[in-house]
Design a protein around this ligand. Structure first.
Ligand code: WQD
Length: 351
């Protein structure tokens, strides 16, 4: 059974990926310093899978502590690297904190990958690397534009670092560019735990609907889209998680054509903000209290994925509809209301 190290495994996509890896026969160890995640997630993963996962509470910016994890687990065959800060707005206010955290951690990790000759490395990238594309639908060959935030730059630089790293090692790498991950695991035992006031659309919708927020704003309805609001490719977090398992299997079976391959992880369907709200209202029966506000600086007007490459090469088949995504997101919000233990980690602090 191949052992996979998941960094940031207590986080939103990381936790869902650990569940999927276990369900597909992999052994998993986790490293997460819980600076922005709740350690209780490990218990919830255990409830879903029946497996107890070891989490090393280590900051990957600490090289010695990171190296010690590999000394203890020399049989790590693959790494899926999620651990990073990802709040776009915060990155604009604190660029150095983002470059330091997101890049130092990656470089420390890759030093260990090189020292221990780890065969497979999957990097958590993002559609944010496309910036504001000329065409709404992007393929992996779409030229990258300047990122809209320091966060986006850390993802572009992360991809560049890996592009050079793979030339000096035998490690096979994959870059997965997520579009907009939303929803919660069907068991409703794990889901998104926003840090502070939610920046992202779906938690803003569900927190408004449940009364945690008095009202939400639609950031602009005067864009050149079919209803004036921004268009995105919302993708269920479980579909994203399964793509990671498929990526590891792809490398394990040596089906990759080069030592650094990129895949878009989106549904291929564009949904506007107003359409997402309508889908939520339809499944929840809740009339959402929102108003149209000014545009949000840095927002991309419209982007959605051409996902043919992941379908054809990874055998990935995302099938969750926007209504189903909203359904699990809403059930998760209702669960959070009844179970305070799932709430934010009391040690949470936005640095
Ligand atoms: C979506 C749309 C907002 C909140 C995110 C992450 C980024 C990357 C991709 C991981 C936009 C609008 C939002 C609200 C709103 N993920 N909106 N009212 O900006 O596409 O990027 O996913 O790598 O890190 O930030 O997602 O959910 O913030 O916004 O109108 O209260 O919803 O303007 O048009 P975004 P988002």
């Amino acid at each position: 059974m191949a052992k996979i190290l998941v960094t940031g495994g207590c986080g939103y996509i990381g936790s869902h990926t650990i569940v999927d890896l276990i369900e597909n026969g992999f052994e998993v160890v986790c490293v997460d310093n819980n600076s922005r995640s709740n350690p209780i997630v490990m218990e919830n993963i255990q409830q879903i899978t029946g497996k107890t996962i070891k989490n090393y509470k280590v900051d990957l910016c600490n090289f010695d502590e990171t190296f010690a994890i590999f000394q203890e687990n020399p049989d790590i065959q693959g790494i899926i690297h999620f651990a990073a800060y990802k709040a776009v707005g915060e990155s604009v206010e604190k660029p150095l904190m983002y470059f330091e955290n997101n890049l130092y951690s990656l470089i420390n990790l890759l030093k260990c990958v090189q020292e221990f000759s780890v065969p497979w490395f999957v990097f958590s990238s993002s559609c944010t690397v496309y910036g504001n594309p000329d065409e709404m639908m992007v393929t992996e060959e779409t030229p990258l534009k300047p990122a809209a935030s320091p966060y986006g730059y850390t993802k572009q630089m992360g991809e560049d670092i890996l592009g050079e790293f793979r030339k000096v090692t035998n490690t096979q790498t994959i870059l997965l560019r997520y579009f907009n991950p939303v929803g919660a695991h069907p068991s409703i035992k794990i889901g998104e735990l926003p840090v502070g006031k939610p920046q992202n659309l779906v938690p803003a919708i569900t927190q408004t609907a449940i009364g945690k927020l008095p009202m939400m704003k639609v950031f602009g309805d005067d864009y050149p889209t079919r209803d004036g609001s921004c268009l995105r490719d919302y993708i269920h977090v479980s579909d994203i998680a399964h793509a990671h398992t498929l990526a590891i299997q792809y490398l394990k079976e040596a089906r990759n054509e080069s030592s650094c391959e990129v895949f878009n992880l989106g549904t291929g369907n564009g949904v506007t903000v107003l359409e997402a709200i309508q889908a939520f209202e339809k499944i929840s029966g809740v009339k959402l209290n929102y108003e149209i506000g000014p545009r949000r600086p840095g927002d991309v007007v419209a982007i959605y994925a051409n996902n043919d490459k992941a379908r054809q090469r990874l055998g990935w088949n995302p099938k969750t509809t926007i209504e189903e995504m909203m359904e699990t997101a809403w059930k998760w919000e209702l669960k959070l209301k009844e179970d305070a233990s799932l709430h934010e980690n009391p040690n949470f602090q936005m640095n």
